[in-house]
Design a protein around this ligand. Structure first.
Ligand code: PLP
Length: 389
C-alpha cells in the first residue's frame, strides 16, 4: 500500500447508496423517472434553499437547459467566467451563441466585477448586451455575488450560477447557486458528492423548471400519440443514480467539513514554504474547499508548478494545474475577452502559477502526509541546489 495511487478527488461512498439502489430495483423504477428522482430533487432544493430543482444527466446538461430556458440562440452573446472547466462554456456553443470571456479578480479568483462592468457597458453602447452571464464559483470559492448581481440587474441580464464545484458553499449565509435566475450543480465522479455522473438545475422560477423537465424529456407535447413542436433533449437523471445522490446528500455537511479540514492541515504544514500562497477565502463566505489550491510565486521560489506536479506524479500522487482559462484555449481563440485591468490578466497568472492538491474527503492522514512530504522535499532540494542554505 505504501505507494498506492492518491487521486485528486475520488468518489467517497457512504454504503447507504445500496439501500436506495435496491429500492429502485425492487420497485422496478429502472428509468429516468421514479421516486428517487422526485425525492432527490426535493432534498437538494431544501438543502440549498431553492424553490425547486430538476435532476439531469450532467452539470453540462443543466447549463444547456438554463441557456435554452433563457432563449439563448444563434448569434446571441453570453458572458462567461474565463477561469473554469470547458463544460461551463460548451453549452453556449451548442446554442449557436458566442461566448465572451471575463477575467478573474485576485480576492476570490472568480469573475472580476471590474472586467464585467467594462464588458457590459461596452456591450450596452454597441447594443450587444448578452442574453446571460454565467458565473462560476471556482474550486468551491464563491464569487463576489453582490457586485456581479448588481451589474446584471443594472443591465437587466439574467445570471446563471455554475456552482458545479461549490455545493455546500455559502455567500453571506446563503447557498451558492441560489442567487441567479438559475443555478447548476454537478454530481460527476470527482465532485464533492457524486452520482457517478449527474447534475441539477435549481431555481425559484417553478414555471421555468416545469419547462426544463419538458425539454429534458424530448419536449413531448400533451397528446395520446407522440407529438412534438419544439426540439428537446434526453437529459433526465436515472432513478438508480438519483438513489446514489440521496445517500450522498445525507452526508454533504460532513464532506464539506472533511475537505475544509484537509485544507487547514495543508496550510499549516506548507504555508511557511517560500512563495506558496493558498487560495483565499472571501470575506463573508464559507467555501467547501472542493480542492485545496495554491500558487507559487516565481519571484520568491525556485520551484516551478510543472516540476512539483511531475514529482508528485512520479510518487503516484495526482496533482493538477489550475484550469487553463478559456480565453487561452485554441477552441475559443476568436472570442472576445475582458481582463481585470489593462495588462493585468489574473486568470492567466493563476493558471501559470497554480497547483491543485489531492483533496478527497476520504484522503487519510497518512496519504496527506505523503503529499505534504513530497511538496516539502521538492522545496528543500530546490533551495539546496541554488546554494541558498
Ligand atoms: C464539473 C464541472 C462542470 C460540468 O459538470 P458535468 O456534470 O461533468 O457535466 C461544469 N462546470 C464546472 C466549473 C465544473 O467543474
Amino acid at each position: 500500500m505504501k505507494n498506492s495511487r492518491i487521486f485528486l478527488s475520488p468518489p467517497h461512498m457512504t454504503g447507504n447508496e445500496q439501500h436506495y439502489i435496491e429500492e429502485a430495483f425492487k420497485s422496478n423504477w429502472i428509468a429516468p423517472v421514479g421516486p428517487n428522482i422526485d425525492a432527490f430533487e426535493k432534498e437538494i432544493a431544501e438543502y440549498v434553499g431553492a424553490k425547486g430543482a430538476v435532476a439531469v444527466s450532467s452539470g453540462t446538461a443543466a447549463i444547456h437547459l438554463a441557456l435554452s430556458l433563457l432563449n439563448v440562440k444563434r448569434g446571441d452573446r453570453v458572458f462567461c467566467s474565463s477561469l473554469t472547466f470547458v463544460a461551463t462554456a460548451n453549452p453556449i456553443v451548442y446554442q449557436g451563441a458566442e461566448p465572451v470571456f471575463i477575467d478573474s479578480e485576485p480576492e476570490s479568483w472568480n469573475m472580476s466585477p471590474i472586467a464585467l462592468e467594462k464588458a457590459l457597458s461596452e456591450a450596452y453602447r454597441k447594443l450587444q448586451l448578452p442574453k446571460a452571464v454565467i458565473l462560476v464559483h471556482l474550486y468551491g470559492q464563491s464569487a463576489k455575488i453582490d457586485q456581479i448581481q448588481a451589474l446584471c440587474d443594472l443591465y437587466k441580464v439574467p445570471l446563471i450560477e455554475d456552482a458545479a464545484e461549490s455545493l455546500g458553499s455559502l455567500y453571506k449565509g446563503q447557498h451558492t447557486g441560489t442567487f441567479g435566475e438559475f443555478g447548476i450543480y454537478s454530481f460527476n465522479g470527482n465532485k464533492i458528492i457524486t452520482t457517478s455522473g449527474g447534475g441539477m438545475l435549481v431555481s425559484d422560477n417553478l414555471k421555468a423548471l416545469e419547462r426544463a423537465k419538458f425539454l429534458a424529456a424530448q419536449a413531448r407535447d400533451k397528446a395520446l400519440h407522440y407529438q412534438h413542436s419544439t426540439t428537446g433533449f434526453n437529459y433526465r437523471m436515472s432513478n438508480i443514480l438519483a438513489g446514489v445522490g440521496r445517500a450522498q446528500l445525507e452526508v454533504i455537511d460532513q464532506r464539506v467539513e472533511a475537505r475544509r479540514r484537509l485544507y487547514e492541515r495543508y496550510k499549516r504544514k506548507l504555508t511557511m514554504l517560500e512563495g506558496i500562497q493558498f487560495m483565499p477565502e472571501l470575506q463573508d463566505t464559507t467555501t467547501n474547499r472542493w480542492l485545496t489550491v495554491f500558487t507559487l510565486d516565481s519571484e520568491h521560489s525556485n520551484v516551478l508548478p510543472e516540476q512539483l506536479i511531475m514529482k508528485m506524479s512520479s510518487q503516484n500522487i495526482e496533482a493538477r494545474p489550475v484550469w487553463k482559462p478559456l480565453h487561452l484555449q485554441p477552441l475559443f481563440r476568436d472570442c472576445q475577452y475582458f481582463s481585470h485591468r489593462p495588462h493585468e490578466d489574473i486568470s492567466k497568472k493563476l493558471f501559470l502559477t497554480g497547483i491543485c492538491l489531492p483533496s478527497g474527503s476520504n484522503l487519510t492522514d497518512l496519504e496527506q502526509n505523503r503529499v505534504i512530504a513530497c511538496v516539502q522535499d521538492v522545496f528543500e532540494k530546490s533551495v539546496n541546489k541554488e546554494g541558498i542554505i
